[in-house]
Design a protein around this ligand. Structure first.
Ligand SMILES: C[S@@+](CC[C@H](N)C(=O)[O-])C[C@H]1O[C@@H](n2cnc3c(N)ncnc32)[C@H](O)[C@@H]1O
Length: 311
């Protein structure tokens, strides 16, 4: 770091400190002079390097999927109920958050490969922001799931991602946990091929990570022996009838004591399907298991991630 960069870093710190009162500054000073600051700093660095690994995997996936990361064989349709029911082909587009973070989206916009707005009537300034939809979890959300929500020790546990798509959840579970098995079930064959390629390219241990090309409804055996089940919203991929069928299936086959992670509250997902009341006693919301690590994340960004345990 040059002298100039150090001055610039000090300037940024002063900017933050100038908004604090004396007691808050004293508390920060104590933290910086303590051992825990060094430990926190090391941990933050390790998070940054694992984020880089996920970014590298994302960059490899970009080379083998279309820009919108939707496969030619897929039939992805906006849902008819729920918070995304107003999306259609004109007002929304798919930008995969695992492949493109905010900065990378900005680069695409600058290069003219992606537009943020659409024209309402083709000639005036009457434009609207497009709704960006991601079918994958972002790299930061994945870190939050495995470094904050779930327990640190997952030895002898099996993690299942329902609808593993490009494999984002699987690669993060593989690298960020000590779970003995990481399994993805994905109905689309082309998506499974992408995951298989990445698993081979990054020499992941196939005894620990695997992908099954199937409808999850056909694999109750896998669901029944999973300890952690991750479900990213399925609205764009199933109609309401199938969606209900899936939740009744999960209720029947996910074992008691398992964790369920979703990126929308169950009250909302099941409420839209008009079946929430039947599920109220089935699960309980849980506090993060590694709450100490919240210091490394901007918690507000992850308020849409929910951890439940099955009763
Ligand atoms: C929203 S994406 C989730 C991607 C991934 N889990 C993540 O969070 O990054 C949902 C995926 O579920 C798959 N899917 C939909 N219905 C399914 C079913 N019945 N069985 C297995 N996969 C299914 C879709 O093909 C799609 O790839």
């Amino acid at each position: 770091m040059s002298d100039e960069e150090i001055v610039s870093a000090k300037c940024r710190l002063l900017e933050i400190f100038s908004d604090l009162d004396d007691a808050e500054i004293e508390s920060i000073e104590k933290w910086i002079c303590s051992h825990s600051y060094r430990k926190d700093l090391e941990y933050k660095k390790s998070l940054k390097s694992s984020a880089k690994l996920l970014k590298r995997i994302g960059d490899s996936i970009k080379k083998i999927v279309p820009l919108e990361a939707e496969m030619p064989t897929e039939h992805i349709t906006p849902p008819r109920v729920g918070d995304q029911a107003d999306c259609d082909k004109n007002n929304s587009c798919h930008v995969d958050e695992f492949l493109y973070d905010e900065k990378q989206v900005e680069d695409l916009v600058k290069k003219g490969k992606l537009r943020r707005q659409f024209c309402f009537d083709c000639k005036s300034r009457n434009i609207k922001d497009l709704t960006f939809i991601s079918h994958s979890m972002s790299r930061q959300a994945l870190q939050y799931i495995f470094k904050v929500l779930l327990p640190r020790d997952l030895e002898r546990k099996q993690i299942l991602d329902v609808g593993s798509r490009l494999g984002a959840v699987l690669y993060a579970a593989y690298h960020f946990t000590n779970a003995s098995k990481v399994v993805g079930i994905e109905i689309n064959k082309e998506c499974c091929e992408v995951q298989e390629k990445i698993i081979a390219q990054y020499s992941m241990d196939k005894d620990r990570i695997s992908v099954i090309n199937s409808d999850v409804l056909e694999r109750q055996d896998i669901v029944e022996c999973s300890d952690i089940i991750i479900i990213n919203v399925l609205d764009f991929f199933v109609d309401e009838e199938k969606h209900r069928e899936l939740w009744y299936f999960f209720k029947k086959h996910i074992k008691k004591g398992s964790y369920l992670i979703a990126n929308r509250s169950m009250a909302e997902t099941l409420g839209c399907l008009e079946i929430f009341e039947e599920f109220m006693d089935w699960l309980s919301i849980c506090k993060p298991n590694q709450a100490d690590n919240e210091i490394f994340f901007d918690v507000e960004d992850y308020s849409e991630l929910y951890l439940y345990s099955i009763n």
